[in-house]
Design a protein around this ligand. Structure first.
Ligand SMILES: C[S@@+](CC[C@H](N)C(=O)[O-])C[C@H]1O[C@@H](n2cnc3c(N)ncnc32)[C@H](O)[C@@H]1O
Ligand code: SF4
Length: 209
C-alpha cells in the first residue's frame, strides 16, 4: 500500500496576485518553533496512520525552498524513524526559482530531497511581471539548470490562459518547456480565486465597464 506524507511550509517572500494557497509573508520565521510544531504534528499523524513505510513525502507551500536544509533533514530523519522509508521513496520539495533558493539546492539534496517541483510559471519576462513573480526568465532557467544537476527528478509549473495569451503563443511556450527534458510538467490554467489581488482587479475592471 502507498503511504504518503505531506509537510506544509506556509511562508513566502511575497504574495503572488493570483494565489489563494495557505501562504503568508512574514518579517521573520521562528524556525525552532516550527521545527517543534512540525515534529509534534508528525508524531500525532504517525499514531493515527502509522504501520506502513512511506513511499512518498512532499514538502509543499508556500515556499518550502525557504526552509533551512537542516530543518528538512531533521523532519526527514523523524519521518524515517516514525514510519520507515519504502525502497525508492520519492521526496519532493516545491521550490521558487530565485538564485538565492537555487544556491540551496545542493544542501537540500544532501538533506535527502530527490525531486524538485519548480515554480517557473512562464518563460518570458513580461508574463512573469504580470504574474507578480520575483524572478525573471533568465533567473528561472538558471535555477532549472541547477535543479537538473542536483536532483534525479525535476518538474516545473507553468500558468497558461494569461490575458492575451494566444493558443499559438502557448504552443510555442510549451514546445520550449518540453525541450528542457524534465519528465514532468504541471500546467495550470490561470484561475481568478476569490480574495486575491487579481480578483480585486477583475472586480474593478468589470464594475467600471
Ligand atoms: C503551492 S503553489 C506554488 C509553489 C511555489 N511557491 C511557487 O510559487 O512556485 C503550486 C502551483 O499552483 C499554481 N497556482 C497557484 N494559484 C494558481 C491560480 N490562481 N491559477 C493557476 N495556477 C495557480 C502555480 O503554478 C503554483 O506554482
Ligand atoms: S504562488 Fe507560490 S510564491 Fe506565490 S504566494 Fe503562492 S505559494 Fe507563495
Amino acid at each position: 500500500m502507498a503511504r504518503a506524507l505531506y509537510i506544509h511550509w506556509p511562508f513566502c517572500l511575497a504574495k503572488c496576485p493570483y494565489c489563494d494557497f495557505n501562504s503568508h509573508v512574514r518579517e521573520g520565521v521562528d524556525h525552532a518553533l516550527w521545527e517543534r510544531a512540525l515534529l509534534a504534528d508528525m508524531a500525532i499523524e504517525a499514531e493515527l496512520a502509522g504501520g506502513e513505510p512511506l513511499t512518498s513525502i512532499f514538502f509543499g507551500g508556500g515556499t518550502p525552498s525557504l526552509m533551512p536544509p537542516a530543518l528538512v533533514a531533521r523532519l526527514l530523519a523523524e519521518a524515517e524513524y516514525l514510519w520507515g522509508f519504502a525502497p525508492g521513496i520519492e521526496i519532493t520539495l516545491e521550490a521558487n526559482p530565485s538564485s538565492v533558493e537555487a544556491a540551496r539546492f545542493a544542501a537540500l539534496a544532501d538533506a535527502g530531497v530527490n525531486r524538485v517541483s519548480l515554480g517557473l510559471q512562464a518563460l518570458d519576462d513580461a508574463a512573469l511581471r504580470f504574474l507578480g513573480r520575483l524572478h525573471d526568465a533568465a533567473e528561472g532557467l538558471a535555477a532549472l539548470d541547477v535543479a537538473q544537476r542536483h536532483f534525479g527528478r525535476v518538474s516545473f509549473d507553468l500558468i497558461y490562459a494569461r490575458p492575451d495569451h494566444t493558443a499559438e503563443a502557448w504552443a510555442t511556450e510549451l514546445s520550449r518547456a518540453l525541450a528542457f527534458g524534465t519528465r514532468h510538467l504541471s500546467l495550470y490554467q490561470l484561475t481568478i480565486e476569490p480574495g486575491t489581488r487579481f480578483a480585486t482587479m477583475v472586480r474593478r475592471v468589470t464594475s467600471s465597464s
